[in-house]
Each structure stands twice: as C-alpha cells, then as structure tokens.
Design a protein around this ligand. Structure first.
Ligand code: NAD
Ligand code: ZN
Length: 273
C-alpha cells in the first residue's frame, strides 16, 4: 500500500481526476461470475457457447429466445446479489472527492447504483441490465428490464413471458441494454466520448478486477499513459493491465482482492483529504 499511498498523495495535490476503471472482478465477491471464469459458458442443446459467442447481436438475430434465456438467468443472479465492500468503498471515495472522482465500469449488474454511487460520475460503458430496448431500434427509449420470475440455466419461457420480451411500440424482440461483443461503442448508450474525456483528465487511474480484454478500457489506459499520468492495477491475478503497469515508469500493480484493497484506499483518501 505504501507505493499506492505515495501515488494518491501526488494525485490529491493535483487538479486531475482519480478514476476507477472496474470490471467483473469487482462483483465476483458479490457472487456474480466473471466471463473468463468457469461459469461464463451457456449451453444450447448439447453445445457450450462462450460469452463471446452467445453475447453477440448476430446470435440475438438468429436465436433471440436462447440469448434472452441466458440474460434472464444472468439477471436473476444479479438481482439476488448484494453490493460488496468494494462497491461501498467506491461510494465513500466519491463522497470524499466529489467531481474529482470518476467511475468507468464495465459491469452491467446494477450494483454501483444499489451501493449508492451517483449516475452523474459513472460511465456504464457496457450498458446496464436494469434496462431493455427495442432490438430493431424502432426507438432509442430505454424500458425497465422485464420483470419475469427468477430463472435457472434450464428454465424455459412461457408464451406470456415471451410477450413481455417484445417491444411495446413495434412488437419485435426487445434486447437487454448491453454492448454485445460484435458491436461498437457510442456516446448515446455507453458514454463513449465522456469516458474518453475522463481518461484525458485523469491524474491517477486505478484498473480493478478487469482482464483488459475490451476496447474502451484499453484505450482509457493508453490515454492515461500517453498523458504520462499514473496507473495502478489491482487484481487477484496478473493480467494485461498489470503487465502494462509493471513496465511503465508511473505504474504499479498490486495482487489483491478488490473488496479488501478498495476499503484501504478509501480510508487513506479520507485521512488525507
Ligand atoms: P473478465 O471476466 O474478463 O475479468 C475479470 C478479472 O477480475 C480477472 O482478471 C480476474 O483475475 C479478476 N478478479 C476476479 N476476482 C477478483 C477480485 N475479487 N478482486 C480483484 N480482481 C478479481 O471481466 P472484464 O474485464 O470486466 O470483461 C468482461 C466483460 O464481461 C465486460 O464486458 C463486462 O461488461 C462483462 N461482465 C460483467 C459482469 C457484471 O456485470 N458483474 C459479469 C461478467 C461479465
Ligand atoms: Zn421496437
């Protein structure tokens, strides 16, 4: 923690933002499986699909009901989960830092909002499972995520449930409000430009519980390094960002659980600011 404290001291003396770029690892301690973990797969018939295959617009167009079954199961897992110490520490840090705090999250589980983090300082760059929208884009309206019964991996959908998954305006399938693997970012749904701008205003960037395998996070880290600002990676394992941080003069990486390290960061910021 000593190295991180020195970096926090420097960041607190500056006018720049202290930004937290988080991934599925942050919610792992809430019981939500990550994608790269063993529980990420989805079975259709006898075939096992990886999230990178099932979580695509192409699959949604070909097999909307199967894609919905996967998302309804994931939604059930998220609904039952509770924010953990990592989410609450982020809230405390935001309360200390105000507008100098920024949260770029790849998580779609709704736990930041349930912990109390403010929407205005948060970019949910991969969407939000609290919402659904028209799969044919007849409108850009975000509808509340359909409130169906809890689902397991093997639950089937009734005709009435399928009806609730249809767009109220045009009758085509709704889709979960998430960015799929074969889609590109945009500002309207995913705050792409806002997140990029945040990265340029950042003095110290924490990457936490993310494997560094998606485009916007990689860009945000690139931008911070390009601006010669500080980078700290926190993860239980080595990953793409820890390797970057280790080889970068203003970088540092720490092996640890987000639910344990973030509260220490929150206490230090509280003590110093
Ligand atoms: P990922 O699954 O690729 O990587 C998770 C990372 O978290 C790994 O590097 C792992 O070592 C680390 N990790 C696991 N437990 C940890 C802990 N307790 N503390 C610190 N680190 C821990 O996740 P990703 O990089 O976020 O990318 C996957 C994509 O999947 C994203 O697009 C995201 O939107 C989506 N996703 C979201 C959720 C969610 O909303 N909770 C869950 C699964 C996947
Ligand atoms: Zn529609």
């Amino acid at each position: 923690m000593k190295a991180i404290e020195a970096m926090l001291d420097k960041a607190l003396r500056s006018n720049g933002k202290i930004t937290f770029l988080v991934g599925a690892g942050l919610s792992a301690e809430s019981g939500i499986p990550t994608f790269r973990g063993e529980e990420g797969y989805w079975k259709v018939g006898s075939v096992n699909y990886q999230p990178q295959e099932i979580g695509t617009y192409r699959m949604f167009k070909e097999q909307p009901e199967e894609v919905w079954k996967w998302f309804l199961f994931r939604k059930t897992v998220c609904r039952k989960a509770l924010p953990n110490n990592g989410h609450y520490a982020l809230l405390e840090i935001e309360q200390e830092l105000g507008d100098r705090f920024a949260l770029l999250s790849q998580n779609v589980d709704g736990l930041h909002t349930r912990a109390g983090s403010s929407e205005k300082r948060m970019c949910l760059v991969h969407g939000n499972l609290e919402y659904a929208r028209c799969g044919d884009e007849c409108t850009r309206t975000l509808y509340p995520f359909p409130e169906l019964e809890d689902k397991t991996r093997t639950s089937e959908l009734s005709a009435d449930e399928i009806n609730q998954l249809k767009c109220p305006k045009c009758g085509s399938w709704l889709r979960p409000h998430v960015l799929w693997f074969d889609e590109i970012y945009n500002e309207y749904y995913y705050k792409f430009e806002t997140a990029q701008n945040v990265s340029y205003e950042t003095e110290l960037l924490f990457t936490i519980g993310t494997s560094g395998a998606t485009t916007l996070p990689v860009r945000a880290v690139d931008n911070v390094m390009y601006m010669n600002k500080m980078l700290v990676d926190i993860n239980i394992d080595e990953n793409y960002f820890s390797a970057l941080a280790d080889s970068y003069v203003n970088g540092y990486s720490l092996r640890g659980k987000s639910g344990e390290v973030l509260p220490q960061i929150a206490s230090y910021i509280k003590k110093m600011s």
